[in-house]
Design a protein around this ligand. Structure first.
Ligand SMILES: NC(=O)c1ccc[n+]([C@@H]2O[C@H](COP(=O)([O-])OP(=O)(O)OC[C@H]3O[C@@H](n4cnc5c(N)ncnc54)[C@H](O)[C@@H]3O)[C@@H](O)[C@H]2O)c1
Ligand SMILES: C[N+](C)(C)CCCC=O
Length: 505
């Protein structure tokens, strides 16, 4: 059942929309691709831009999950004993290979996810940067020595960590989870979303090629059932989850049963506040960046756009003009700025939110309809014209719930105090943004917004050096930045007696 890859990465350079069928096994453990055992539960995976079947996702069952975890455990025993420098060398080599193969990996990501190529290339860059960043940290992991009491403490890895990913940034999520885990000396079993099974296994091959021991980074395919098996497995020390709030709650509950550590990167409904003293052109660009990257399927998007009443008219006119100009279509073409949504059911869900918004009194200023590109091969794709909604109120469903599609809701406001209160009136707390020329106001608003990130005079800029994660129901724990080391390690304290034991008895 253990198989080496059939299609080498350079061959993916020639794939185009509508011509790839992935036949290779998509699981990886013990240092090789592994064919799934039980094909009866296989599910078709669709290419979003065409609606064609790209491959079959065959979920891993109990025995396979157990094999992957045991493979990770045996790699952990070796990897955790390496010096930080040795781990770093292998991780840096993995980052280099990703950089070299950026174009092929990005093309595969586009075909599986539907996002446009220019964005996918950035995602791949962020992935290798993240691995490079944590490789740099690995040799610096040192403890504290308390000389006079002669005690010392230092970080130790947790063991086998599980990563569970969402479908919107498949390769990048696998890197964001594996890089800090491996830097700390852990091994990982990663389960991608069943809708985007194709690229995580390439990351596994790259770690192996870079010199990682067999079993260090493993991939098991599957949906809820496979995820449940991972969360319950007694040899798993930690679960790092990216996905929706309802699934995040289940993951936390299951992990609690085994007292496993958890990181939850969940959904959002983030506010973007635009004051009348902003530089309007930048604020408009910021609103587009906050809403339409990856077809709006971005957890931290600023989908509640609060605009100070005095500038509402020019803001809306320009934002609508620029939204209408977004080129939707073949995601592998350089000129395309918006590709296809992940699936037909998801597109219908987004359309349902738009219809409901209309029924509740919102006005569609542009878009919000299925889009059929002229190219015949894209006729079955899940394209939607980006949508701006006006006449929105805070109590509407489109303003309260995460849509996860290209839908911007615009809301007027009058005062800073009022808008901060309204912005915080949500159970989510992933991100937020503010546009103003008043530096004191910018920092005051950032301080008062209940969110893990606040972007001032920009949006969706997340370098790997800075922590990313949520407040409230958007989750806890962080990815990226130094702090992430805390979430993939545990502290050992050693107390050394330099004299005789003073006995109380
Ligand atoms: N905060 C972040 O960093 C971040 C990043 C990307 C996406 N997201 C969020 O992810 C959501 C969209 O992704 P999605 O639709 O893939 O989310 P989802 O919750 O449906 O699925 C996420 C992952 O969980 C798995 N899963 C499902 N049921 C499970 C179970 N019972 N036990 C274990 N695993 C299970 C899925 O197979 C998938 O791999 C949005 O809410 C978005 O905001 C958050
Ligand atoms: C790279 N971004 C844009 C910050 C997105 C992070 C992952 C959220 O879905």
């Amino acid at each position: 059942a253990r198989i080496q890859p059939c299609l080498s990465l350079p061959e993916y350079r020639n794939v185009s929309t509508g011509n790839l069928v992935v036949k290779e096994p998509l699981n990886f453990w013990g240092g090789a691709r592994v064919k799934s055992k039980d094909t009866k539960n296989s599910e078709p995976v669709y290419e979003p831009a065409t609606g064609r079947v790209l491959c079959d996702m065959i979920p891993c069952g109990e025995e396979e999950v157990d094999q992957a975890i045991k493979s990770a455990h045996s790699a952990f025993l070796k990897w955790s004993k390496l010096a930080g420098m040795e781990r770093a060398r292998i991780m840096l080599e993995a980052a280099r290979i990703i950089r070299e193969r950026r174009s092929e990996i990005a093309r595969l990501e586009v075909i599986n996810n539907g996002k446009c190529i220019t964005e996918a290339e950035v995602d791949i860059d962020v992935a290798w940067q993240c691995i490079e960043y944590f490789a740099g940290i690995a040799p610096t992991l040192a403890g504290n020595l308390h000389v006079y009491s002669f005690t010392y403490s230092g970080q130790e890895p947790l063991g086998v960590c599980v990563g569970i990913g969402a479908w919107n940034y498949p390769f990048q999520i696998a890197a964001w989870k594996s890089a800090p885990a491996l830097a700390c000396g852990n091994a990982m079993v990663f389960k991608p979303s069943p809708m985007t099974p194709v690229t995580a296994v390439i990351l596994a091959e790259i770690y192996k090629e870079a010199g990682a021991p067999d079993g260090l980074f493993n991939v098991v395919q599957g949906a809820a059932e496979t995820g449940t098996l991972l969360c319950h497995h007694p040899m798993v020390a930690k679960v790092s989850f990216t996905g929706s709030v309802p699934t995040g709650k289940k993951v936390m509950e299951m992990s609690a049963k085994g007292v496993k550590q958890v990181t939850l990167e969940l959904g959002g409904k983030s506010p973007l506040i635009i004051f009348k003293d902003c530089e309007l052109e930048n604020a408009i660009k910021g609103a587009l960046m906050a809403n339409f990257l990856t077809q709006g399927e971005v957890c931290c998007n600023g989908t509640r756009v609060f605009v100070q009443r005095e500038i509402m008219k020019p803001f809306v006119e320009e934002v609508v003009k620029k939204t209408k100009a977004i080129s939707v279509g073949d995601p592998l073409l350089e000129g395309t700025r918006m590709g296809a949504l992940i699936s037909k059911p998801h597109m219908e869900k987004v359309l349902g939110f738009i219809n409901q918004a209309k029924q509740q009194g919102a006005k569609v200023l542009c878009g919000g309809e299925p889009y059929v590109p002229s190219n015949p091969k894209l006729k079955g794709g899940y394209f939607l014209s980006p949508c701006v909604l006006d006449n929105c109120r805070d109590d509407m469903t489109c303003v309260k719930e995460e849509i996860f599609g290209p839908v911007m809701s615009v809301l007027p406001f009058d005062t800073e105090e009022e808008v901060v209160q309204r912005a915080n009136n949500t159970t989510f707390g992933l991100a937020s943004g503010v546009f103003t020329r008043d530096i004191a106001r910018a920092h005051r608003v950032a301080e008062n917004l209940q969110a893990g990130t606040c972007f001032i005079n920009n949006y969706n800029v997340s370098p790997v050096e800075v922590p990313f994660g949520g407040y409230k129901m958007s989750g806890f724990g962080r990815e990226n930045g130094m702090v992430t080391i805390e979430y993939y390690s545990q502290l050992k304290t050693v107390v050394v007696e330099m004299g005789d034991v003073e006995c109380h008895f």
